[in-house]
Design a protein around this ligand. Structure first.
Ligand SMILES: *Cc1c(COP(=O)(O)O)cnc(C)c1O
Length: 450
């Protein structure tokens, strides 16, 4: 018997099963896609032209009544599940009380409570401050503003394969041209790029890879000009690249010795996703500033910059903010999300999902040499697909497997600078049996793709 999860607090249950009742996409989705084509800008594209009607636990139900297994969480956002009961309840109460006052006009407790919670949850027990914004990109931009204000320096270093968002400054920080940057320049100045640690591709140990990055930075930028180093502890869009052990700690040490602000972009990795509250914990690093977003508010838009009090408070009064930053409904959702993570033991659950899925992916790799690498942590896992003889990236195979899995009712995402990585980001509320079934579908998709 499939398990059920409440669709709404006190509302009808959403059956936890994969169920295909039409072809994918079905007729109602196709009608809506036709409306989309003439109403929505074509630059905003969709991975799967299936229109959602409901979502929760580990499934997305579409407008034709198909129930799809969700291995994407709306790109690592619905970590506690879509419409998680505590989130729904908190949002309903807040939306009825007040929707907005603007924290910069008349403040409210929810914002302060989220700041307190993130000051406690982020790595390190030093004194911290938090500022809230709306999107991941806005969070990263503000981290750079704060680092520049503190250091009185201009330059910022990002890494190969980095993804930090789509605003002007974060496009400059992002490595990949298509589809994120092409035609959208000129980009913000004083952004430099250093080589990352990518064990499958460079074979370097972490300390050697860090030495290579530092040499590039010292020669091309100069520490006296460098405000911040911005890095994802595990790269997201760039291919779920996990740096070799020792890489991140060596960079943190170098930043500290040279007065450079170390910014961890934990937008995708934060909030239990990788089997720790923050991915920085796997390497025992304590970033100066941490950016949180995607998984923070159970699907509502909210981002945060949390960091050392002396760095955060270097900014003049009134220098940070925004009309909607820390919206009260998003704050209520974040507090309920953090409660859910704690009460449901979701950090441990992410680690369990990691063990379960990794075992399956390694078994797949053992019989299919096109699976070049299996990597990731917790519920943030990926396979990199290659030509077995040359290890050249195989984007065509990646796309074929993803398309086949989606046709069978499994939402799976791709990533990577070369488009040859399949990534798995299930909601942590997904029942284990559903996860196993999704991996069965994936195995069949690999077997059928030749
Ligand atoms: C998604 C993402 C961003 C951008 O977040 P938005 O909310 O889309 O602006 C920034 N950094 C990382 C690591 C991300 O995964």
């Amino acid at each position: 018997m499939p398990t059920t999860t409440p669709l709404r607090a006190g509302g009808p249950a959403l059956v936890q099963e994969r169920r295909l009742v039409t072809e994918i996409p079905g007729p109602r989705s196709r009608e809506l896609a036709a409306r989309q084509a003439v109403a929505v800008a074509r630059g905003v594209s969709t991975t799967m032209p299936v229109f959602a009607a409901a979502a929760g636990g580990g499934v997305v139900v579409d407008v034709d009544g198909n129930s799809l297994i969700d291995l994407g969480s709306g790109i690592a956002v619905t970590t506690v599940g879509s419409s998680a009961p505590a989130v729904v309840e908190a949002v309903q109460a807040q939306v009825a009380a007040f929707t907005h006052t603007c924290f910069m006009i008349t403040p409210y407790e929810g914002y302060v409570a989220v700041a307190e919670a993130l000051n406690a949850a982020t790595p390190g027990d030093h004194e911290k401050r938090t500022a809230l914004f709306n999107s991941g990109a806005e969070g990263v931009e503000n981290a750079v503003k704060i680092a520049r204000s503190f250091t009185r320096r201009d330059a910022v270093v990002a890494f190969d394969h980095a993804y930090h968002g789509r605003t002007n400054l974060t496009m400059a920080l992002t490595a990949k041209n298509q589809p994120y940057k092409s035609g959208f320049g000129p980009f913000a100045p004083e952004v430099y790029r250093a080589p990352v640690s990518y064990p499958f591709r460079d074979g370097l140990d972490g300390v050697t890879a860090a030495r290579r990055a530092i040499a590039t930075i010292e020669k091309q930028v100069g520490v006296e000009n460098l405000a911040a180093l911005v890095i994802e502890p595990i790269q997201g869009e760039g291919g779920f690249v996990v740096p070799a052990p020792g890489f991140l700690p060596a960079l943190v040490d170098w930043c500290r010795e040279n007065g450079v602000v170390f910014v961890a972009d934990e937008v995708q990795t934060g909030i239990a996703r990788t089997g720790t509250m923050y991915a920085s914990e796997h390497e025992g690093i304590v970033p100066d500033l941490v950016v949180t977003a995607k998984g923070l508010a159970g699907g509502l838009p909210l981002s945060a910059v949390t960091g050392r009090a002396e760095i955060m408070d270097a900014v003049h009064v009134g220098g940070l903010g925004g009309t909607y930053g820390g919206n009260p409904i998003a704050c209520a959702a974040a507090l309920a999300t953090l409660d859910t993570v704690r009460e449901e033991g979701l950090v441990a659950r992410a680690a369990e999902i990691g063990d379960r899925v990794t075992a399956r992916l390694r078994a797949l790799q053992a019989r299919d040499p096109r699976v070049g690498d299996v990597r990731g942590r917790g519920a943030m896992l990926a396979v990199e697909l290659v030509d077995p003889a040359t290890r050249e990236p195989d984007a065509a195979l990646t796309s074929a497997v993803a398309v086949a899995a989606r046709a069978e009712g499994v939402i799976v995402l791709t990533c990577g600078t070369d488009g040859n990585v399949l990534r798995f980001l299930p909601p942590l509320s997904i029942p284990g049996a559903l996860l196993d079934e999704a991996l069965d579908v994936l195995d069949s998709a690999f077997a059928a793709a030749i």
